[in-house]
Design a protein around this ligand. Structure first.
Ligand code: PMP
Ligand code: GLN
Length: 398
C-alpha cells in the first residue's frame, strides 16, 4: 500500500525520503544505531554520558513521590514559569512576565515545531543559517513555508553580512537562528545579531532564536538576541533543560516571547502535546535556581573536553575548527585524503571504532559539495572516553 500524506512533505524537506519512497531514519538515529551494532564510541548523536546535578535528579524523584503525576497546565507549571522568568532576569536582565510571556514545551523540538506551524502560512519564507539543525527543515516543509538559508562558512563558520542582507526580504516571515550553533560550535558575533535585528525590523519579520546551548559558552557571556535594542517585541526565544542539566531524555523546553506571540503558539502547542513531563517541571525549576558556579563549571568542563578531543583529532591528521560553545566541533577529513564525510562516517566504526556525523546531513543538497569532507564530533562525553576515541582515531593517519 502506498501511504500518502503530510509525512511526505516533512520527510522530503528533512531529506529523509529515499528515491524508493521509503522513509529513512534521521542521521542521529542512524549513527547511534551504527554505534550500538559495532560497539563503537558514539560521538555522533549529542547527548551526555553522565548524569546532571543530583539536586535536580532528586527533585524529580521527590515530585513523583509527592504525587505530581497528572497533567500540568498547558502553558507549564507556575513554579517552572516563575523560575524561567527569574532566570531571564538573572542572566540577561530581561524582565519577562511568568504568566503571559513564558510557555513550557516538550523540549526545544516542540517549541520549534509549534512556533513555525503557528506563525507561518503556506508560501511564507523562513530563513535559517546553514548548516541547520535537522528539525528546522522538517517542520518548515510540513508547514508549507519556503526554507531559505544563509551559509556559515569555515574555518570560523561566520555568515557574510551581504549574503544575509540579500536573503531577508518582505517575504521573510521568520528569521530562525541557533546560537550557540549546532553543528558548527560557532557563536554569532554581536554585530551580526544587530544586523539581524535591523533586517527583521526593516522587513517586519519575526526572530526565532534557538538557544539550547546558552549556558555552554566558552569565552564571555551568552548574548541573547532578545536583549538587543528593538529585538524583544519581535523575538521568540527557545531553550531547553536537556543540555544545561544533562537531562536530554526529560524533554523539558520553553519559550519566552511577547504575550500575543505566546498565545498564538499555544494555540498550536495545545494540540501537539497539550502538556508534558509534570514531575520534571519542578525539578528543572530547581536547576534554573542553582548557583552561578554550576553554570560556569558546566561550560568550563565542556571547554576542556572540546580541547581534549580537538588535540586528538589534530594528531590524527584532521583540520579542526575551534568551537566557541555547545556540544560539537567540526573536523575536516580532507587532509587525511577523505573527501566524502558521508562515506567516512559509515566506515569510521571499522577504521577507528568511533562514530561521527557528516555535516552534509545539515545542509541542502545543492550545498553538499561545500561541506563534503566535514564531520561533526560530539565532545559531551567523559574525559576517558574522549581520550580513548582520540587514541583510536590516530590509526587513521596513513
Ligand atoms: N535545537 C538544537 C540546536 C539542538 O541541538 C537540539 C537537540 N540537542 C534541539 C534543538 C532539541 O532540543 P530538545 O531535546 O530539548 O527537544
Ligand atoms: N540534538 C542532538 C544532536 O544534534 C540530537 C537529537 C536528536 O536525535 N534529534 O545530536
Amino acid at each position: 500500500m502506498t501511504v500518502t500524506g503530510n509525512w511526505q512533505r516533512t520527510a522530503r524537506a528533512a531529506m529523509l525520503l529515499g528515491d524508493d519512497g521509503e522513509l529513512r531514519q534521521t542521521i542521529f538515529a542512524e549513527m547511534s544505531g551504527l554505534a550500538v551494532r559495532t560497539s563503537a564510541i558514539n560521538l555522533g548523536q549529542g547527548f551526555p554520558d553522565e548524569d546532571g546535578p543530583p539536586e535536580v535528579l532528586e527533585a524529580a524523584q521527590k515530585a513523583i513521590r509527592d504525587g505530581i503525576n497528572q497533567y500540568a497546565p498547558g502553558i507549564g507549571m507556575p513554579v517552572l514559569r516563575n523560575a524561567i522568568a527569574a532566570h531571564q532576569e538573572r542572566f540577561y536582565g530581561l524582565a519577562v512576565d511568568p504568566d503571559r510571556e513564558v510557555m513550557v514545551t516538550a523540549g526545544a523540538t516542540e517549541a520549534i515545531a509549534a512556533t513555525i506551524l503557528a506563525l507561518t502560512v503556506e508560501g511564507d519564507e523562513v530563513l535559517t543559517l546553514e548548516p541547520f539543525y535537522d528539525s528546522y527543515a522538517a517542520i518548515i516543509g510540513l508547514s508549507g513555508a519556503v526554507h531559505k538559508t544563509v551559509p556559515l562558512r569555515g574555518p570560523e563558520f561566520r555568515l557574510d553580512p551581504d549574503e544575509l542582507r540579500a536573503a531577508v526580504t518582505d517575504r521573510t516571515r521568520l528569521i530562525l537562528i541557533n546560537d550557540p550553533h549546532n553543528p558548527t560550535g560557532s557563536i554569532l558575533p554581536k554585530e551580526h545579531l544587530q544586523l539581524l535585528v535591523e533586517l527583521a525590523i526593516e522587513h517586519d519579520a519575526l526572530i526565532v532564536t534557538d538557544e539550547v546551548y546558552e549556558h555552554l559558552v566558552f569565552e564571555g557571556a551568552h548574548v541573547p538576541i532578545a536583549s538587543l535594542p528593538g529585538a524583544r517585541e519581535r523575538t521568540i526565544s527557545i531553550s531547553s533543560a536537556g543540555k544545561t542539566f544533562s537531562t536530554t531524555g526529560w524533554k523539558i523546553g520553553w519559550i519566552t516571547a511577547p504575550a500575543e506571540l505566546i498565545d498564538a503558539i499555544l494555540a498550536v502547542k495545545q494540540f501537539l502535546t497539550y502538556t508534558n513531563g509534570a514531575p520534571f517541571q519542578p525539578a528543572i525549576a530547581v536547576g534554573l535556581g542553582l548557583a552561578d558556579s554550576y553554570f560556569a563549571d558546566a561550560a568550563s568542563t565542556l571547554q576542556e573536553k572540546s580541547a581534549m578531543l580537538s588535540r586528538g583529532l589534530v594528531e590524527a591528521g584532521f583540520t579542526v575548527s575551534k568551537p566557541e560553545g555547545g556540544y560539537f566541533l567540526i573536523a575536516d577529513a580532507a587532509p587525511l585524503g577523505y573527501n566524502d564525510a558521508d562515506e567516512l562516517c559509515r566506515l569510521l566504526p571499522e577504521l577507528a571504532g568511533v562514530v561521527a556525523v557528516p555535516v552534509t546531513a545539515f545542509v541542502q543538497p545543492e550545498r553538499r559539495a561545500e561541506y563534503g569532507s566535514l564531520l561533526r564530533f560530539a565532545y559531551c562525553k567523559k574525559f576517558e572516553l574522549l581520550q580513548r576515541a582520540a587514541d583510536q582515531l590516530s590509526s587513521l593517519r596513513r
